[in-house]
Design a protein around this ligand. Structure first.
Ligand code: 13P
Length: 256
């Protein structure tokens, strides 16, 4: 049994759903994710930015689902065309923000140092950063994946106190497993989560934060992954776009 407050299921909708489709999906989820279904799981939905405010308003009466952004800028305001600041998210009643997703690192050249600035901005604005790290296939094959992933996390969290780590969620997402249908084995996930926890303990004196797994996680493979002692839940892409699949994952995590 995992500790209280340490089970998190987050859905990353990426650049999917029109506003109408997004609200319909959210309505499906709010109907199925009752207090009983959710149990001790913290459910987070990260829709496209344009859906954030309508969804926060829609969920006003439903405390079972928290809303996250998929990215933010590190400055509060300024001449950064097209960007959204952590401060704006805070003032929109958003709860959390996904940072350093591998797609942003790959397509928008986000570096570990940039992710670190964003993590600090998120914490300053009372958002929970969901910090994504994970190796690519080349690093996995070369056997350097543990060090590569720790290096990303170490830099992303640099300068934070042990106490500040209490407000961080780490997402381990091996790049080779994202959207590929190839899921990490439960042993591979456990090995990485356990390693990151050990390194967090050595470096920051705090290993008590949730570490969730992402990469082709779906109802058919989730039980064994969620059963691993150091896996606190999932960051779900494709399967979060289907209300039945996502609800099933919430139930599985609650029962893990
Ligand atoms: P998939 O679940 O579609 O592989 O995506 C995982 C992911 O990138 C979540 O952030």
């Amino acid at each position: 049994m995992k500790k209280d407050g340490m089970k998190i299921l987050a859905g990353n909708w990426k650049m999917n759903t029109t506003p109408e489709e997004g609200i319909a999906l959210l309505e499906g989820l709010s109907n199925s994710l009752t207090k009983d279904t959710v149990g001790e799981v913290k459910v987070v939905i990260a829709p496209p930015t344009i859906h954030l405010i309508p969804m926060v308003e829609k969920l006003w009466e439903n405390s079972e689902i928290a809303i996250a952004a998929q990215n933010c800028h590190y400055e509060d305001s300024g001449a950064f065309t097209g960007e959204i600041s952590a401060k704006m998210l805070l003032h929109s009643e958003v709860d959390a923000v996904i940072l350093g997703h591998s797609e942003r690192r790959e397509y928008y050249n986000e570096t570990d140092e940039l992710v670190a600035l964003k993590v600090k901005a998120a914490l300053k604005n009372h958002l929970i950063p969901i910090v994504c790290v994970g190796e690519n296939l080349k690093q996995r094959k070369a056997g350097t994946f543990l060090d590569n992933t720790w290096s990303q996390l170490n830099i992303a969290l640099s300068g934070l106190s042990s106490e500040e780590l209490n407000d961080i969620v780490v997402a381990y997402e091996p790049i080779w497993a994202i959207g590929t249908g190839e899921v990490a084995t439960p042993e591979q996930a456990q090995e990485m989560h356990c390693f990151l926890r050990k390194m967090l303990s050595e470096k920051f004196g705090n290993s008590d934060l949730p570490i969730i797994y992402g990469g082709s996680c779906k109802p058919s493979n989730a039980d064994e992954i969620f059963a691993q002692p150091d896996v606190n839940g999932g960051l779900i892409g494709g399967a979060s776009l289907n209300a039945d699949d996502f609800t099933s994952l919430v139930k599985k995590l609650n029962n893990s």
